[in-house]
Design a protein around this ligand. Structure first.
Ligand SMILES: [Zn+2]
Ligand SMILES: [Zn+2]
Ligand SMILES: [Zn+2]
Length: 219
């Protein structure tokens, strides 16, 4: 038992109407200072040791370290593929090359023909490390939501990745606007559970009779 002042108390306080009978100090909502100190001093290996991280981090820093640890593994986004590791870029080149993977250009952008029923299109950055997914979300009414996400470790805070997506209307319908949007690229290690906070809304009418749109992505 612990009193509010953090001093440890003996068994005298247990079951005594939440007040200590020997000093009448209230018991409850108590902090356990000695234990807090023990936790703060405790350090443990990063949970990505198996994939090469040799860091030992304190209890309080463990979460933030593991969120940005460069040795954290990434999950392959393709349905039915169980790959999880550090070499997602190479894995996609080796195992999913036919799944419409294109190499990204930096200045001119990369143009992708996206089918309405396809949940994402993989883009491999020319740098040879980053994997981007052009997401085609079905969570909005009367259209689709397009956005870009990177599957990999977070970018450094001082050099955020920016992207721009533009829709090229093959035959612009009457009254149709040119659509484009830009934002920062969120980085995730797995696609499951990810929800884009910002996206380009593409109304149903833009998808045409072929059910496709032509999208240009700049990163
Ligand atoms: Zn007591
Ligand atoms: Zn680590
Ligand atoms: Zn895979």
């Amino acid at each position: 038992m612990q009193k509010k002042n953090g001093k440890a108390c003996g068994s005298c306080c247990v079951g005594m109407n939440r007040a200590c009978p020997c000093c009448s100090e209230p018991i409850g909502d108590i902090r356990c200072r000695p234990l807090e100190k023990v936790f703060a001093a405790m350090s443990a290996p990063c949970k990505f040791r198996a994939t090469g991280c040799m860091e030992t981090v304190g209890y309080n820093e463990k979460r933030s370290h593991e969120a940005s640890c460069p040795h954290a593994s990434c999950r392959c986004p393709f349905d039915g593929c169980s790959y999880e590791g550090l070499l997602l870029y190479n894995h996609i080149q080796d195992d999913h090359a036919t799944d419409a993977v294109v190499a990204m250009g930096c200045l001119r952008g990369t143009t992708v023909t996206l089918h309405k029923s396809k949940p994402f299109h993989v883009l491999l950055h020319r740098s040879g490390t980053r994997v981007f997914l052009l997401l085609n979300g079905g969570d909005v009414l009367s259209g689709r939501s397009l956005s870009l996400v990177s599957v990999g470790p977070p970018s450094h805070a001082n050099c955020e990745l920016l992207y721009k997506i533009e829709l090229a209307a093959v035959v612009p319908g009457p009254g149709e606007l040119a659509l484009s949007a830009s934002s920062t690229v969120p980085c995730v290690r797995r696609l499951e559970g990810f929800e884009a906070k910002a996206f380009l809304f593409v109304p149903d009418s833009y998808w045409g009779s072929s059910g496709t749109v032509s999208v240009t992505v700049h990163v």
